[in-house]
Design a protein around this ligand. Structure first.
Ligand code: F6P
Length: 374
């Protein structure tokens, strides 16, 4: 879509789980917008700033000046706040009888932004936020989406910011576990984020020389993990490192859910504990579990993620300036491109099971405990 109407004022929001690099996106958007003479505003906590403005002393939509984004590119989190609850497309409202009804409040967002004379929105977020961007775009809001997830599972972009930071931290953590695992002759099970895709587990696992990697794309057979542990014992390696993505599942089983949310992503967790229990039961080896969880979302973005985030932010402004509308900024090595939001949403980028990284792992003797392989 194209929209050549002159822009005077834009807004930016960050939604969904945070990822290192969000502040760098905000900084690039603000500086590139100001350079064009545009006013830039930030919406607080996803879309809460628009839907619940009374919550904020300073208002739910704040003016972003050069000073306000000074020195933030290297900081984790998001200065605007974020939320992965209360999706405006299915916003929970309590009825007088105490029951909860979900209502679509996207019209209110469009109206509120018009009232604020916002000509265009830059929405930064993952798959859930992409669906919201698509709905807002269909309602006539001029919009450019910036993809975000540490899980690296968004389709139509070669990569997202946050992933490199998460992989770097997981790698360093697993590196540290080698020596304690070896000293005690234990099995260490490390659970990392990765709801539907095993990118973090795969990359960190290979980089840190794990012995087994369990990912959602390759259903596992715990007996294969036990075989690996026993084979290592025979070689005189009395310890084993097993990396497990939170969405990994045994053959014929399903991912471990800690909280079911109606119509939304379930909250996963517990697979590391489960795998450790089964390993202990089948091998009798002492086993410990480390859940890296939200540590992977925290901290300073790596320089790679910072640069990616800055490039995405500046590209989003260029997209608006060039008249693009309803598009997502995407990385297409070595450059960035714009893809229609409608084409990018609803699709996951899974680890291709025949990828060279998987083959590299196999060539190095790392097992995926494939249930289907002898
Ligand atoms: O989307 C990133 C992610 O880190 C997933 O891997 C994980 O399942 C989810 O966020 C957890 O989010 P939260 O605990 O914030 O709801």
């Amino acid at each position: 879509m194209s929209n050549k109407k002159a822009i005077k004022r834009i807004a930016i929001s960050t939604g969904g789980g945070d990822a290192p690099g969000l502040n760098a996106v905000i900084r690039a958007v603000v500086l590139s917008g100001l350079l064009r003479g545009w006013e830039v505003y930030g919406i607080r906590d996803g879309f809460h700033g628009v839907l619940l403005p009374e919550r904020y002393e300073e208002g739910g939509i704040i003016r972003l000046t050069r000073d306000r984004v000074h020195g933030i590119a290297h900081l984790g989190g998001t200065m605007l706040g974020t939320s992965n609850r209360n999706n405006p497309m299915a916003y929970p409202i309590e009825l007088p009888d105490g029951t909860i009804e979900e209502v679509d409040r996207t019209d209110e967002i469009v109206r509120a932004l018009r009232l604020h004379h916002v000509d265009a929105l830059i929405s930064v977020g993952g798959d859930g936020s992409l669906a919201i961007s698509n709905a807002l775009s269909k309602k006539g809001l001029r919009i450019v989406h910036v993809p975000k997830t540490i899980d690296n599972d968004l389709d139509k972009t070669d990569a997202t910011f946050g992933f490199d930071t998460a992989v770097g931290f997981a790698t360093e953590s697993i590196d540290r576990l080698h020596s304690t695992a070896a000293s005690h002759g234990r099995v260490m099970v490390v659970e990392v984020m990765g709801r539907y895709a095993g990118w973090i587990a795969l990359h960190a696992g290979v980089a840190s020389s794990a012995d087994a990697i369990l990912i959602p794309e390759i259903p596992y057979d715990i007996r294969k993990v036990a075989e690996k542990i026993k084979a290592r014992d025979k070689m005189g390696r009395h310890y084993t490192i097993v990396v497990v993505a939170e969405g990994a599942k045994p053959a014929g089983g399903s991912a471990m859910v800690v909280e079911h949310k109606k119509g939304k992503d379930e909250r996963l967790g517990g697979i590391g504990e489960q795998v450790a229990k089964e390993i202990n039961a089948t091998t009798e080896k002492e086993t410990r579990v480390v859940v890296l969880g939200h540590l992977l979302r925290g901290g300073s973005p790596t320089s790679l993620d910072r640069l990616r985030a800055l490039r995405f932010g500046a590209a989003a402004i260029r997209a608006l300036d060039e008249g693009h509308d309803g598009v997502m900024v995407a990385l297409a090595y070595p450059t960035v491109k714009y893809v229609p939001i409608s084409e990018a949403m609803g699709q996951m980028k899974h680890v291709p099971v025949d990828s060279d990284t998987i083959m590299t792992a196999r060539d190095m003797g790392i097992t995926f405990a494939d249930a289907t392989k002898e």
